[in-house]
Design a protein around this ligand. Sequence first.
Ligand SMILES: NC(=O)c1ccc[n+]([C@@H]2O[C@H](COP(=O)([O-])OP(=O)(O)OC[C@H]3O[C@@H](n4cnc5c(N)ncnc54)[C@H](O)[C@@H]3O)[C@@H](O)[C@H]2O)c1
Length: 260
Amino acid sequence: MHFAGSIVVPESVEKPLDYYRNNTVASHALVSTAIDAGVRHIVFSSTAAVYGEPERVPVDESVAKIPINPYGASKLMTERMLEDSAAAYPMNYAALRYFNVSGADPEGRSGQVGKGSTHLIKVAVETAVGKRDHIDVYGTDYPTEDGSCVRDYIHVSDLVAAHLKALERLIEKPEENLVLNLGYGRGLSVIEVLDALERVTGKPIRREIKGRRAGDPPNLISSNKALLSTLDWSARYADIDTILTHALEWERKLQSRNWE
Ligand SMILES: NC(=O)c1ccc[n+]([C@@H]2O[C@H](COP(=O)([O-])OP(=O)(O)OC[C@H]3O[C@@H](n4cnc5c(N)ncnc54)[C@H](O)[C@@H]3O)[C@@H](O)[C@H]2O)c1
């Protein structure tokens, strides 16, 4: 399973060659070494960013892939490398296109770490525990119900479960590859997420309304029909209050141990 990569979209715009080196060139080294070593199945962390600004929503896997930043392009190149390799060498692969990964392990064993995250739910829970003074809302004039951007947040444990099912399927059907969106097929706006967090914590979250960010599509929701029909997978943690509760518990744990 190949999770490693550089993942910050604006940074990829500033340092495209770093992103092609780390996401594409380094993946080439990994994939070729793995194939040489006899690895038969590769599961790859891809991303909804391969679709760019999709022509239709919910986004199914056949939507045109026109990434609008080097991050998405660097991941799409790796997908293509895997596709061509699977046609030529004795291996198969799954490219799993994650939508917005969120939450934390329900048992508190793992979660997101690191300073300067740009993920909405991470930033929101950091604000809730007092690590940040407020959260910026980038744009409230989008053509969505409340004007803020809508995304498909998937709990990390549901994402993990889909990886295990994907690997089982690759082993069972070595002649097939998998290209699947990982999302719930459900959209939540930035404001809905922040309102839910206020409900979970019982406290207001200070928000500052900012302008739109370049390259943020208004609506990014997956179609997960292929996921549901291909793998024996179902969502266990889709409820946003559950996602936020787990993310919050993890953030409190980090804080109590003085971890970042
Ligand atoms: N978090 C999301 O919402 C999301 C969405 C879509 C796709 N993804 C993909 O999921 C994967 C994991 O993302 P994450 O959110 O856990 O990010 P992350 O930054 O927490 O994890 C990426 C890890 O890869 C490591 N890494 C980077 N380059 C490496 C290299 N050359 N060799 C070895 N290790 C290296 C980093 O040190 C880091 O620990 C990434 O490939 C990312 O593109 C994440």
